[in-house]
Design a protein around this ligand. Sequence first.
Ligand code: FPP
Length: 229
Amino acid sequence: MDGNGRWAKQRYMPRIAGHKRGVDALRATVKACIDRGIHVLSVFAFSSENWNRPQDEVSGLMELLGMALSREVPKLHEQGVQLHFPGDRSKLNPRVAEGLCRAETHTSGNQRLVLNVCFNYGGRWDICQAATKVHANGLPLTEASLSEHMALAHVSDPDLFIRTGGEMRVSNFLLWQMAYTEFYFSDVLWPDFGQSELDAALMAYQNRERRFGRTSDQILSERPDSDKE
Ligand code: FPP
């Protein structure tokens, strides 16, 4: 969800105002995903590296998380959203960390959309914490054992990665999980992201051929006859 700071700067507003509008864009995107029958949405709300931002922005983002918890969780629950907050909670305010646990428990029975709000998350952190658990459980280190201990083990690997704000990098997001994910980059700043941008990304995704290491001919020969043109 990149571009909040620039969105605010363009309007001579403080960066946190951009993050607040970012929450609005996230709320609208959740609804758009539900309307389109998408079952999993994972967003990067705060990275392991975001602690290096100015102190007032970091505390503003923590406050926003607390506010979003109390304001948004009841609405999300009504919409059938199952919430998860993958990330390292050890550095979070204990009250906020407890709020995250409560929101997860409260919404755990919902089936319409799984929403992963990655907070104090880093792809490298995730690989290390999974490897530590595998080791602690005395298991052999394999792709399967590591996958089972990753912070997003409750969902399958992402099909599509969308980065807004014009940057073309992964920035330590789901490093392990995105081995075969399709990438889509948009110049739109996150607060301006809406249904038409989501649909443009989905259209681009539909035109990709996912080969998972195989050849185009192999993929074509395995398609049902009705799909061959
Ligand atoms: C990156 O844009 C965005 C973030 C670091 C924060 C994303 C957070 C939200 C959208 C709010 C949702 C948060 C919660 C608590 C649910 P940037 O600040 O790097 O923008 P820039 O590249 O224009 O400076």
